[in-house]
Every structure is written in structure tokens, then in C-alpha cells.
Write a protein that binds this ligand. Structure first.
Ligand SMILES: [Zn+2]
Ligand SMILES: [Zn+2]
Length: 236
């Protein structure tokens, strides 16, 4: 586990290609996303030991969106802790197992994305939702000033968690950083491509300094330069 700021740590797996984050605020430990499977809960447990904490200290779980690579470990984490789980209200039914993952229609995809589409999963392991979030909610109990920013498109309830004082965004899959460059999210997993672009435009207007994504190494300063480049390329 790598310490990124005073309160935030990153668990950066596969060389930063699959990430989740830990927020430590006094006694309260919060996990933001929890990887692919139960194995990620073991990895989390070991990582917490490095900073003198344990799974018992995990009080909250924030989910950026209900895709299997972000919530795969959640059922196991809920079994092993009493952590309170929060997700945007539009992704909550997916997490509860009441709705399938929303995917684009294959015929709307460009050729290359069509080839990948059959490999994108349309279900996630069901888990408990304790609170449904809305755009603008402030989660002072997790970290003073931490705000929910709705950044839909890649999923209908995809959110970022924004710490304005540090200009830091935990962005989920609003964009990805693959091979050292910011890119659009995975198209065959994103049900609304135009809205994906608008969300990138929204992030470009936020003047983000530190950007912590689900896929790609964190950018720890001047992220806005790369974000604006991507937004301009997409015409947003
Ligand atoms: Zn995703
Ligand atoms: Zn992802």
C-alpha cells in the first residue's frame, strides 16, 4: 500500500492497472472500491497491517460504480466487517442484484469494441447497500469536505469523490490511464458514450490537481493538464 497524501493510501495492483483506495481519518478507515474478488479483502487486510490498522477499523465502504472489478470483493468484505456501504442511487439496484449491469447495445459499438463486448460481464455479485448517494452529498464523517460528484456515462451511477481543499479526485472509471496516457473509459462497458464525454468535460472544469483512478497510476500533481487534453480531443 502506498501513502499518497496525509489521509489517503492507494492499493495499486498489477502495476497500477487495478486500484482501490483507503482513507484514514483518526479512528475511521474507509475503503473506496474493493477489487475483483475475496482475494482483494486479504490484500486489504495485509495492507492495513502496514499502518497499524485492521479490518475491524473499516467503518465505511464507498463504491465508485457497480462494475465487477470495483465491487468483486464486497460480499466478502461485508462478511468480515460491519462497514457501512455507500453507492450512488442509480447503481444501488445493480449492487443489490435487482438489475443487470447496463451495457451499450452491441450494434451501436465501433468494430473493435464489438470484438471485446462478449467478454464484458453484465452481472456483479450482489451485496448490501446501506446508504444511497446523490450528487453533491458531503461525507464529512469520512473526511471533512469530501463530496460526491456524479460523473455518469460509464455507468449510470458512476461517481467521483472530490476533496476540494486538496483538489483531489478519486474518479473511478470516469477515465482510465493506460500506457501512460489518459483515455476514455472502456467503451463496451459504458452504456452512454456521449454522457461519458460530458463527464470528462465536467472533470476538466474542476481544475483537478491529484487524480486517483480505478485503472492507471495516480497522477499526483497538475492532472488538469492531461485531463484538458483528453477533453479537448473529445470536443467537450
Ligand atoms: Zn467500470
Ligand atoms: Zn473498472
Amino acid at each position: 500500500m502506498r501513502q499518497l497524501t496525509e489521509h489517503i493510501y492507494g492499493i495499486l495492483r498489477y502495476g497500477g492497472n487495478l486500484n482501490y483506495y483507503v482513507i484514514v481519518n483518526g479512528d475511521a478507515v474507509t475503503v473506496v472500491d474493493i477489487g475483483l474478488s475475496e482475494k482483494d479483502v486479504d490484500i486489504l487486510e495485509k495492507s492495513l497491517t502496514q499502518i497499524g490498522r485492521s479490518l475491524d477499523d473499516v467503518r465505511y465502504v464507498l463504491i465508485t460504480h457497480a462494475h465487477p472489478d470495483h465491487i468483486g470483493g464486497l460480499p466478502a468484505l461485508q462478511q468480515r466487517t460491519n462497514a457501512h456501504t455507500m453507492i450512488h442511487r442509480l447503481d444501488a439496484p445493480v449492487l443489490r442484484g435487482e438489475q443487470p449491469v447496463s451495457l451499450p447495445k452491441t450494434e451501436d459499438l465501433p468494430f473493435f469494441s464489438r470484438l471485446i463486448a462478449p467478454f464484458v460481464k453484465d452481472s456483479v455479485p450482489a451485496a448490501r447497500v446501506d446508504s444511497e448517494l446523490n450528487d453533491g452529498d458531503v461525507l464529512d464523517e469520512i473526511l471533512p469536505g469530501l463530496r460526491v460528484v456524479h460523473l455518469p456515462g460509464h455507468s449510470y451511477g458512476q461517481v467521483g469523490y472530490w476533496l476540494e481543499a486538496e483538489r483531489l479526485l478519486i474518479g473511478g472509471d470516469v477515465m482510465m490511464r493506460i500506457l501512460g496516457r489518459l483515455r476514455m473509459p472502456l467503451r463496451p462497458a459504458s452504456p452512454d458514450w456521449e454522457t461519458c464525454k460530458r463527464s470528462i468535460g465536467k472533470v476538466a472544469d474542476m481544475d483537478v490537481d491529484k487524480l486517483l483512478l480505478g485503472h492507471g497510476k495516480p497522477i499526483m500533481q497538475k492532472a488538469e493538464v492531461e485531463i484538458r487534453e483528453l477533453a479537448e480531443k473529445q470536443g467537450v
